[in-house]
Design a protein around this ligand. Structure first.
Ligand code: F6P
Length: 359
């Protein structure tokens, strides 16, 4: 008997179900003696032994379904090996569930935080295979994560729709794009949506550079300026602050997010009306795009291969168009940032897109 535990952890994204379907189909095509334990709401299900017994049928017809059939949650605990506030040692509790159910392995779908925990469980002797999910595309070790392309499509659609209304009213528009500490989604959606200015956490901006772009566009008779702004974008001034100081500044700022702070600054610096659009969690919602369906199916199938070969302790990644296994210890705890000198940014600059850094 092959006993597999499966869980999805962290913020959801498109194609989680497609990836799990890939894993289960890949395994059940080869083995009939399989038991699947679907842990509910991420690591919580493993800690509290809360699961559903699933069969391959449960994974049929879910290729196009958004969200996750298992439910998910942000990691509800610190990775301590001593009892938490509630008196439970969460790591021991997860190990206990694993051994009690005689699992052969855990299939864990998640982003950065999830991978830290997955690696810890590996260090504790559990067999783990992980899959790279997150719209942010910030997981180290893989060229891409599933969810990313779907999120880019949604953010791009938002920017597309803003163009007409921005032109009609001769306004400056800020579209705030998700991505946590990195700018992959903003960079791609900004280019795909024809944004005039793209602000990323990796390239601190100067408000004067933004003013110059808007003024030049107005002088050239352009009726609108569109800014694609990453939620983690940061000014040159703030980038000089120590981490702790910046955190405090964020905690005390009067604006709900960077878009509002920028809007006020731009209205002060120019005579333009500024509006803000925040697509927010729509970027994680709904059906996966076709690219993500294929991507998730491929990494799911590769995970199935690893499990059938009893190769554990890896994240399945995509590198140069091929699925590969990457040791979990290499992935855990590292973020993949946008390289400010990458070809995509150079080419964007070539066609006149501003990153708000050159005055
Ligand atoms: O990591 C995915 C992500 O959507 C980030 O882009 C965003 O900063 C965050 O999750 C939002 O988290 P929550 O769903 O907890 O509000």
């Amino acid at each position: 008997m092959l006993r597999i535990g499966m869980l999805t952890s962290g913020g959801d994204c498109q194609a989680l179900n497609a990836a799990m379907r890939g894993v289960v189909k890949g395994i059940c095509n080869k083995r009939k003696d399989v038991e699947i334990y679907g842990f509910k709401d991420g690591y919580k299900g493993l800690i509290y032994s809360d699961f559903n017994m699933l069969t391959s049928k449960d994974f049929s017809g879910i290729l196009t379904q958004g969200g996750t059939i298992l439910g998910t949650s942000r990691q509800p605990f610190k990775l301590m090996r001593v009892p938490d506030k509630d008196g439970i040692d969460k790591v021991e509790a997860m190990k206990h569930t694993y051994h009690k159910l005689h699992l052969d392995c855990l299939v864990i779908l998640g982003g950065n935080g999830t991978h830290k925990t997955a690696n810890l469980l590996r260090e504790e002797g559990l067999n783990v295979v992980t899959l790279p999910k997150t719209i942010d595309n910030d997981l180290w070790g893989t060229d891409m994560t599933f969810g990313f392309q779907s999120a880019v499509d949604i953010a791009t659609d938002t920017i597309d729709r803003i163009h007409t209304t921005a032109t009609s009213h001769s306004r400056v528009f800020i579209i705030e794009v998700m991505g946590h500490k990195v700018g992959h989604v903003t960079l791609h959606a900004g280019i795909a949506g024809g944004a005039d200015i793209i602000l990323l956490p990796e390239i601190p901006y100067d408000i004067k550079a933004i003013k110059n772009v808007i003024d030049k566009r107005t002088q050239a008779g352009k009726r609108f300026t569109i800014l694609a702004v990453a939620e983690g974008a940061i000014s040159k001034e703030d980038a000089k602050l120590k981490k702790k100081e910046y955190k405090e500044k964020l905690a005390n700022r009067k604006y709900p997010s960077i878009a509002y702070e920028l809007a006020e600054q731009i209205e002060k610096e120019t005579d333009k009306e500024v509006r803000i659009t925040v697509p927010g969690h729509t970027q994680r919602g709904g059906t996966p795009c076709s690219y993500d369906r294929v991507f998730a199916t491929r990494v799911g199938a590769k995970a199935a291969e690893l499990i059938l070969n009893e190769e554990y302790g890896y994240m399945v990644a995509m590198r140069n168009g091929e699925t590969v296994k990457v040791p979990l210890e290499e992935v855990a705890g590292k973020l993949k940032y946008v390289d400010p000198n990458c070809g995509l940014i150079k080419e964007a600059r070539t066609i006149g897109i501003s990153f708000g850094d050159e005055v």
